[in-house]
Design a protein around this ligand. Structure first.
Ligand code: V47
Length: 439
């Protein structure tokens, strides 16, 4: 029987299985993978959303973030053929494109003119572009940004691209993967790279990998890239592409791998945690790395890492659950996740990723109305003004997908929060037209 729970009418969950979970969340304790599955399977979905929002309100009382950004896809030519992907083209196929540096400079000018605080740049794994193209692209943008006196953050290249770049730069060694990755990230950082986006993670599971994105890096290489970026002082984000051929337990394991990587990042920043934490049921014994303490940020009064106030650098900022869009992909016969599944997945991610400062709804994939609902289910951030987006096109729209600051602010205000403009690193933005600074 469907259980309902209206937070206005009662003080606890309708499903008794959620009571001990609620106690742990209130105490800021880490949830087990089994508890994650309970959050996924209970019919009392509103209590799951309410719990996630309790955490979200503790971390970011009264506010929700948005940003002014511009996306740039420098090429859709890709050596891979992931089944979920509608974006990629082969080199001479209709619709294949690769942007030259003049085009990229022009995009940087447009970003500056619109007052953007971030350029989000990703592309396919181009088999023929030379290594120099990539640092040259970052340098070209940095020159435009510097000459305008701007502090715009270049957030570019998913972990998948970084590994590809290590290969084309002939720096990739199978027996020392991190060395090549480190070389690439350092070179790009020297050219002006400011942070690493969260794409390309998909679902950290070999079964799903081999069926839907064989040939792509696996979770170990993806996590290596982000670990190295963190060690080099770059912040990064992470995603989970769900609602295709994966199962819910695989999503929970994905979340667990991310929070363990974040434990390590926070430990490097001097955070300490619970060394006696032993969360695993037999079902998940495959994960055996208990070498780092569980560090949670969801307890009352926990201090969040912050680049402005604490000068912290090198950690995951936000989880961005991405709902699968079947249209035009090889998996077009699948439905994609429902609205309730989207809401629940955001809430479960907020609750499981207890050491992540932020949970973001990417409105391009979630839609803006759904993103607004997510502000009541664990999300504290809506990304962003976007402008051009080529990877998914809602309802078969063109690649021009832009929302206004006014729309974002209205969605946030209606949900009962004060809209706060942030930059890539979640510093508050003070703005005068297209001029801005952070504090
Ligand atoms: O890596 C590809 C996913 C990602 C589809 O870091 C698809 O702030 C759904 O990573 N249906 C790119 N998803 C987007 C991304 C992102 C977006 C916003 C903010 C940030 C951030 C990162 O989109 C890809 C892939 O995982 N994707 N095809 C599809 N058919």
């Amino acid at each position: 029987m469907l259980q309902t729970a209206n937070p206005m009418l009662r003080s606890g969950p309708a499903d008794p299985a959620l009571v001990p979970i609620r106690e742990k969340v209130l105490a800021g304790q880490r949830l087990t993978l089994d508890e994650g599955m309970t959050l996924y399977t209970t019919s009392d979905i509103w209590s799951v959303c309410e719990l996630a929002n309790l955490v979200r309100d503790r971390l970011h009382p009264g506010v929700a973030y948005y940003n002014i950004n511009r996306h740039l896809n420098y090429s859709n030519v890709c050596a891979l053929s992931c089944k979920f992907c509608e974006f990629y083209r082969k080199k001479d196929e209709d619709g294949a494109y690769t942007r030259d540096l003049d085009y990229i400079r022009e995009e940087a000018h447009k970003a500056i003119e619109s007052g953007a605080t971030e350029m989000h740049i990703v592309g396919g794994l181009h088999p023929y572009l030379p290594w120099d193209y990539y640092p040259d692209m970052v340098r070209a943008i940095r020159e435009v940004v510097d000459s305008a006196g701007s502090n715009l953050n270049i957030k570019a290249f998913t972990a998948v691209e970084i590994v590809h770049l290590a290969k084309i730069a002939k720096r990739f060694k199978r027996d020392d993967r991190k060395a090549g990755i480190r070389w690439v990230i350092q070179e790009l950082k020297d050219a002006g790279l400011g942070s690493i986006p969260g794409g390309g993670a998909e679902v950290f599971d070999d079964r799903v990998h081999d069926k839907a994105y064989k040939g792509k890096i696996r979770h170990d290489a993806w996590l290596d890239v982000h670990t190295v970026a963190h060690e080099l002082g770059l912040n990064s984000n992470c995603t989970m592409l769900y609602g295709h051929i994966e199962e819910r337990p695989e999503r929970i394991v994905h979340m667990d791998m991310l929070r363990r990587a974040q434990d390590q990042a926070l430990a490097r920043l001097g955070y300490t945690g619970d060394s006696n934490w032993n969360a695993y049921s037999d079902e998940y014994d495959a994960i055996d790395d208990n070498s780092v303490d569980a560090i949670t940020l969801t307890g009352e009064g926990a201090k969040l890492p912050h680049p402005g106030m604490n000068k912290d650098a090198g950690y995951f900022q936000t989880i961005i659950p991405l709902p699968f869009f079947p249209d035009g992909s090889e998996l077009e016969h699948l439905y994609g996740p429902s609205g309730l599944e989207n809401l629940r997945t955001l809430a479960v991610a907020r609750l499981m990723l207890d050491n992540f400062p932020h949970a973001k709804s990417f409105w391009i994939m979630q839609t803006l109305p759904m993103s607004q609902l997510m502000l009541k289910a664990g999300a504290d951030d809506i990304d962003g003004t976007v402008v051009w987006y080529d990877i998914t096109k809602v309802g078969g729209q063109s690649t021009h997908q832009e929302t206004s600051v006014w729309d974002l602010q209205r969605a946030i205000r209606e949900a009962g929060y004060e809209p706060v403009e942030r930059d890539t690193l979640y510093r508050r933005v003070e703005r005068d037209g297209n001029k801005w600074r952070t504090r």
